[in-house]
Design a protein around this ligand. Structure first.
Ligand code: IMP
Ligand code: MG
Length: 176
């Protein structure tokens, strides 16, 4: 890893701030937090514990290989959530929104299931890479167009368990 962007302490503070905002906005609504595997597993687990309100947890795994701005036909659901979301207040928890294509397609898919509300909470966002109009309703930090790892985010399944968030050295991914 080249540079630490956010320390463990800064992440803890940020997740606490997001959790407090969500608790206020969803008071009495028993939101369903849907973490997107695997990248958002750690974020979702921490965020859930910082929402001091009753909430439910579920997880989905989707793969977005080859998505295009014009078509969501290629979003593959590798693991669906267990919950029936009709009439529920659903908050998707994502690690990072990059082009926004995965979230655009996932939001379309979930909206069709009739939730009472559907919002997106992303720990990180790379606005300079966006190919869709998707903006997270809750966002931890905006980051530059660099490859980010740690706190759930991986490069080839490595670095997910780093407690901090950092930028990967370009020579690591240019070698391969
Ligand atoms: P999008 O469809 O382009 O927004 O892609 C989003 C997904 O790509 C995220 O859920 C991440 O899993 C992955 N991703 C995008 N940028 C990064 C990064 O810098 N580090 C690690 N994973 C990333
Ligand atoms: Mg992801």
């Amino acid at each position: 890893m080249a540079d630490v962007l956010f320390t463990e302490r800064e992440i803890e503070e940020k997740v606490g701030t997001l959790g407090a905002r969500i608790a206020e906005d969803y008071a009495g609504k028993r939101p369903l937090l849907v973490g997107i595997l695997k990248g958002a597993a750690i974020f979702t687990a921490d965020l859930a514990r910082r929402i001091g309100e009753p909430a439910q947890l579920d997880f989905m795994s989707v793969s977005s290989y080859g998505l295009e701005a014009s078509s969501c036909g290629k979003l593959t659901v590798k693991k669906d959530m267990d919950a029936d979301i009709s009439g529920r207040h659903v908050l998707i928890c994502e690690d990072i929104v990059d082009s926004g294509l995965t979230m655009k397609c996932l939001l379309e898919l979930l909206a069709a299931r009739g939730p009472a509300s559907l919002r997106l909470c992303a720990l990180l966002s790379k606005p300079s890479r966006r190919q869709t109009a998707i903006e997270p309703d809750y966002c931890g930090w905006e980051v530059p167009d660099e490859f980010i790892v740690g706190y759930g985010l991986d490069y080839a399944e490595r670095y997910r368990n780093l407690p901090c968030i950092g930028v990967l050295k370009p020579e690591i991914y240019k070698k391969r």
